[in-house]
Design a protein around this ligand. Sequence first.
Ligand code: ADP
Ligand code: MG
Length: 827
Amino acid sequence: MEEIPVKVAVRIRPLLSKEILHNHQVCVRLVPNTQQIIIGKDRAFTFDFVFGKNSTQEEVYTVCIKPLLVSLTEGYNATVFAYGQTGSGKTYTIGGGHIASVAEDEKGIIPRAIQELFQHISENCNIDFHVKVSYIEVYKEELRDLLELETSAKELHIREDQKGNTVIVGAKEFQVECADEVISLLESGNAARHTGTTQMNEHSSRSHAIFTISICQKQSAESQKNTDAAQDSSWKSVQMIASKFHFVDLAGSERVTKTGNTGERFKESIQINSGLLALGNVISALGDPKRKSVHIPYRDAKITRILKDSLGGNAKTVMITCISPSSSDFDESLNSLKYANRAKNIRNKPVVNYNPEQDRIDEMELEIRLLREVLQNQQVSNQCSHELSQERIRISSLEEQLTRLQVQCSSYRNCLDEAFPFLVDLNDDVSLKRSQRDRLQRWITMAQEVRKESLSLQETGTGTGTSQGPHHITILQLKRELKKCQQALVMDEEVFSQKNHELQTLQNQIKTLLQENEEHLESLKEAQETHRLQNEKMVEQQMLIDQLKEKLEKFTDVKTLDISGASADGPAIVARARRPYSVPLTKSLLRSLHPPSGTETHKVYTSTPAFSLTRVMAQFRAHSQIILSNIEDHDKVLHCHLSDQNDKEEENKGSKKKASFKHSINLTWTRKHASLCFLPDLSDVKCQVGKSHLSNKSVPQTDTTTGEEMDSLQKSHVFNMQKLKNSELRLTEAEQKMRELALNIRMKEELIKELVRTGNDAQSVSKQYSLKITKLEQEFEQAKMELAETQKRLQELESKELRDIPEKDKLQKEFRKKMDAAKLKVQ
Ligand code: ADP
Ligand code: MG
C-alpha cells in the first residue's frame, strides 16, 4: 500500500478594507516562483501549495481540490480542511457562506466540487450513482446534525464500521439527485451553524463544520452484460464503490485571550481550542518519525475521531491553512504556519473503497446469515403454530365426542326413566318366578342407585355449571383488569423513568447551586476577612494618629516650658502658661512687652510657630538687655524687687496652674487674664526701679552707702551677671531645641496628613468591600431562593407520583436526605 503525505496549502488573504483603513502593515509575502512563504523578516516556510492575496477561488480549487474529486470518483475517500484564525478566510475558501448571494467566481470549494461531481455523473451514464450528503457540526464537543436539527446530540455517535472506517451513526443522510439540491441543503445547514460575536470577527464560526458527500457507484446491469460480453477484465473494478468527501471548516484557531472573550464565550473558546489542541496533538504524533511506537490520541476530541481516516488513515487529504497578512495578526499567523508545517509530515495510505471479491463474499455471507436467521425464525414459528392447531383440532374433536356422548347419555336416561316406573309396576303386579323377581328387584335397586348418582351428579353438574359461569366471567374480568393494569404499569414505568430523569437533572442543578453557593460563601468569607483586616488597620492608624496628636501636644507643652525655663525671670509667668489653642504663643509675649490698650482687638496670628518663636526670642533678648542695664544701674533695688517678683511669680504660677486645671475649657481667657495681671506688676517693677534710681540720685552717697552695703551690692551684681549669663546660655540652648522641635513638628504634621489620607483610602476600600459583601449576600439569598424553589418542585413531583413503588420511596428518601444535607450546607 502506497503512503502519500497530506498535502498542505497556505492561502494568504488580501488586507480587508477595514485593515487598510486602519493602516495595517503586511507581514507575510511569497517568494516568487517557489512554494515558499516568508513571515516577518526572515521566517521562511515551504508548503505544497501557496496562494497569495491575488489568488482566485478557481485557482485554489483547480490546484488543490480537483485531484481530490478525481480520486473520489475513483473510489478514494477525500478530505479538505481549512485551518486558521477567525477572519483568515476559512469559510470563504471552503465555500460555506451564503452561496446564493456570492458571485460565480467568488464561490468556494464546496459548490465547485458539487458542480463538477454532477458533471461527472452526467457524463458517465453507464454507472449508477447514488449521492448522499450529510452536514454535521461539532459545537462545544457535542455533535449537531445541521440537516435535521431535531436530532439530539445523544442520538449521534461516532463509530467505526467493520472495515475500520469512521461513520457517524444517527446522522441524517439526504439522497440527492442534482447539484441544486445539494446547494440548498448546504445553505440550510450553513444557516443553522453556530455563529457568535467576538472582538475579531462579527460572525466568526465557533464550531467545526463537516459537510460530507458520499457517493456509491455501481455499474448498471445492462452495461455489465455488455462488458461481460466484451470480456472486459476490469469489469469488477466498477462494481460497488463507496467513497466520501469531507469538507471541514474548522473553528477559529486563535488563542483564547485574543478574542477578548469572557464568561460563557470563554468556556466555549476553551472547548473549541481543546478540539484544535487535540488535532494538533494528533498531527504531532502522526508527524513523529517514530510514529509506530507513538499512540495517536484520536479519541481525545470529537473532531479528531471524525478526521481519523483523513489524518493517517486511508483518505487523500489536503489541509488549507488560511492566514491574515496583517502584522497585527503576526503571532497567530506564525502559529498557523507552524501548525501547517507539522501537518506536512503526516502520511496517509489511501485505498480504493472496494474489494470486489471480498465484498461479494461478505455480501453473500451476510445474505446467507440473514436467510438462515429468517429460516430459523420461520421454523420456530411454524412448529409452534402446528402444535397449536393440532391441539385445537384435538380439543374440538373431543368436544364433539363429548356432545355426542352427552346426547347418548340423555337418550339412555330417558329410556331408563321410562322403563323404571313400568318395571316397578310390573314387579308389584305380575306374578313372576322367584328368581325372576329377585333379578328384577336387583335391577330396580341398581337403577335406583344409578338414578340417585346421576341426580346427584346432575345437581353437582348444574351446581358447577352455574358456578362455572360466574367464574368464567370473573376470570375474563380479571384478565381485562390485568391487561389494564399492565398498560397502566407500562405507562407508570414511562412516567417513572421520565420523573427519574427530571429528578436527576434537578439533583444536578442542586449540586451546581450548592457548589455556587459554597463559592459565594467562600468569597464572602474572604471579603469579610479583608474587611476585618482593613478595619483593624484603620483602628491602628487612628491610634497612631491619636498618639501623634498627643505627642504633638506634648511637644508644644515642652516648647512653652522651655521658653519659661529659658526666661526664668520677667516673662516666666507668661511662658509657663499653656499655649492656648486659638491664640498663638507670641501674643501673650507681645502683650507682656506692649501692654494692650483698651481699644485693641483680639487677633489670631497665623505665623508659623518657629517664626513666632524666633521673634519672641529676639524680643526677649531685647527685654533682658533693658533689664540688665537697669540692674547695672540699680543693683540693690532691682534685686529686692526681683526677688519679690519671683515670689509673686511662684504664687501666680501655682494659682494659674490650678485655674487652668479647674477651668480647662476657659483656658485661653484664664491665661490672658494671667498675663494681663502680670503686666501691671512688671510696669510696677520698672517704675520702682526708676523711682529707686531717682531717690538714689537725690540722696548724697556718703550718707547712704557704707562699705558693707557696697560689698553686698557688688556680690549681688556678680550674682545677677552670672544668672544672666546662665539664662543666656539656656536661651541659646532653648533656641536650638526649638528649631529642632519645629522641624520635628513639621514632619509629624506631614505624617499626620499622610495618615489621614491613607485612612481615607482605607475607608473607601472598606466601603467598596462592604458593598461587595452586600452584593454577595444578595447572591447568597438568591441561591437560597433557588434552592427553595427546587425543593418545591421536588415536593410537587412527589405529590404527582401517587402510584409509588417501594423503589420510588427509596429514591425519594435518598433524595430527601441529600436535600437535608444541602440545606445544612446552605445554613
Ligand atoms: P473565517 O471563516 O476564517 O473566520 P471568513 O472566511 O469569514 O473567515 O473571512 C473573513 C473575511 O475576509 C470575509 O469578509 C471574507 O470575505 C474575507 N476574505 C477572506 N479570504 C479572502 C480572499 N482570499 N479574498 C477576498 N476576501 C477574503
Ligand atoms: Mg468562518
